[in-house]
Ligand binder design. Structure first.
Ligand code: SF4
Length: 418
């Protein structure tokens, strides 16, 4: 369930059923216009819908006007502690200002910023951080950190409403994945405003991506969250954008560019698949269309679970095969697999999204596949298929008369927010 309310950050709708927006934050000194604009263009190309820039100093606020004018995507000014910088960011034309009313110098100063934002029509992102909750919630934070975080966020929302300001989205940041999930679930039930999701200080590209995928993925799968940012310890902000897109693509919430599928490999692998996967992934970045490309480490399963892929390759020691939608297209030497795969993809687009089949090459490929396929081998894929079939059979055998809802052992428990 998306938030009820919608706001506009520049041209990007947030909430109210709009597609989940991808955000990131520049890592440059904002006042360094050339470096900041370089990074903004890079993240926009990687798929960022919105970019946030830190504004800790007067010179950063002074650079904002140029940044807003040159940026291909809406710009959010990120302000802490200094309410006059927030006023300057609004005057510079920032498409949104992020501030935590709790650290901007008291309700009065927060009120001045909110009144100015209202006058100019600038939306705000208001939020709370687990590390800086108001003093009166400290005891609650000790006993129940989730409730403390949600209470702080609700108090912030009430402050906005008292000032008759509704042009905002809310974020609650915590380094704890379970607390991020629990607090956003609770807050989504209590307020109608759009939610920005993130796991703060998530970590390196590896651990941070996983934490974010678990935390944000769980919430997004519940329908909670209108905009996301993946926080990674890297200077390359575009990496955050790529991870965000992978999460949205995995949940089928948005489409962008090709989807790469690759088997996990096992002892049957006979070629350097790591290198092939990396090369295919790199070359696919040049395509915008959401085609599905699959890489199988061997042909013992036939085309198996990659049958639906638009294009795919499977290799053996010296030879491999290119296929499309389950149909063998051609057999090629392993070292030419990647080049030939992309030649086929390019031919497909040149022909107006039509797979061009050469009957002789296809017959050779089918013969190669028949030689290499072994439908008795217990591969990981076949074991999974057998297990799934056995589970289906068990379920069918065990089908009991439907229980009355009230008699169900899980009565009253809620598994989703549908
Ligand atoms: S059996 Fe499956 S996992 Fe192993 S290499 Fe072949 S396709 Fe990959």
């Amino acid at each position: 369930m998306a938030s009820e309310r919608q706001i506009m950050v520049g041209s990007v709708p947030i909430g109210g059923g709009a597609p989940v927006a991808v955000q990131t934050m520049t890592k440059t000194e904002t006042a360094n216009l050339a470096a900041t604009m370089d990074q903004i263009r890079t993240v926009a190309e990687a798929g960022a819908d919105i970019v946030r820039v830190a504004v800790p100093r007067e010179q950063d606020a002074a650079a904002l006007e140029q940044i807003v004018a040159q940026s291909p995507i809406p710009v959010i000014a990120d302000i802490h502690f200094n309410y006059t910088l927030a006023l300057k960011a609004i005057d510079a034309g920032a498409h949104c200002v992020r501030l935590n009313p709790g650290n901007i110098g008291g309700a009065e100063k927060a009120g001045i910023v909110i009144e100015h934002a209202k006058r100019v029509g600038t939306p705000l992102r208001v939020g709370v951080n687990s590390g800086s909750l108001p003093a009166h919630l400290r005891d609650l934070e000790y006993d129940n950190p989730v409730e403390a975080l949600v209470s702080a966020a609700v108090e912030t929302v009430e402050l906005m409403e008292r000032l008759d300001f509704t042009n905002f989205k809310v974020s609650m940041k915590s380094t704890s994945v379970p607390n991020t999930i629990a607090s956003n679930r609770l807050l989504a039930e209590r307020i109608p405003y759009p939610l920005h999701l993130g796991v703060t200080e998530a970590g390196t590209k590896w651990s941070g991506s996983l934490k974010s995928a678990v935390g944000l993925g769980t919430l997004l799968a519940d329908g909670i969250g209108d905009t996301i940012r993946i926080s990674l310890s890297t200077f390359h902000a575009e990496e955050e954008v790529k991870v965000a897109w992978e999460i949205l693509k995995a949940l089928k919430l948005r489409e962008r560019g090709p989807v790469l599928i690759a088997c996990p490999t096992c002892g049957r692998l006979q070629f350097d698949m790591d290198t092939v996967v990396a090369e295919v992934e790199r070359r696919l970045e040049a395509y915008d269309d959401p085609i599905e490309v699959s890489i199988l480490g061997c042909a013992v399963n036939g085309i198996g679970e990659a049958r639906h892929a638009d294009f795919g390759i499977t290799g053996a020691k010296d030879m491999g095969m290119i296929y499309s939608k389950g149909e063998p297209l051609k057999k090629v030497p392993t070292e030419r697999l990647v080049d030939e795969l992309f030649a086929e993809i390019d031919r497909y687009y040149a022909a107006g999204r039509k797979v061009l089949l050469d009957e002789r090459s296809a017959a050779e490929a089918r013969a190669w596949l028949a030689e290499n396929e072994d439908d008795t081998a217990l591969t990981p894929e076949r074991i999974a298929m057998l297990e799934a079939a056995a589970a289906r059979e068990e379920t069918t055998e065990a089908v009991a008369p439907a229980l009355e809802a009230s008699e169900s052992p899980v009565a009253g428990r809620r598994f989703s927010r549908a």
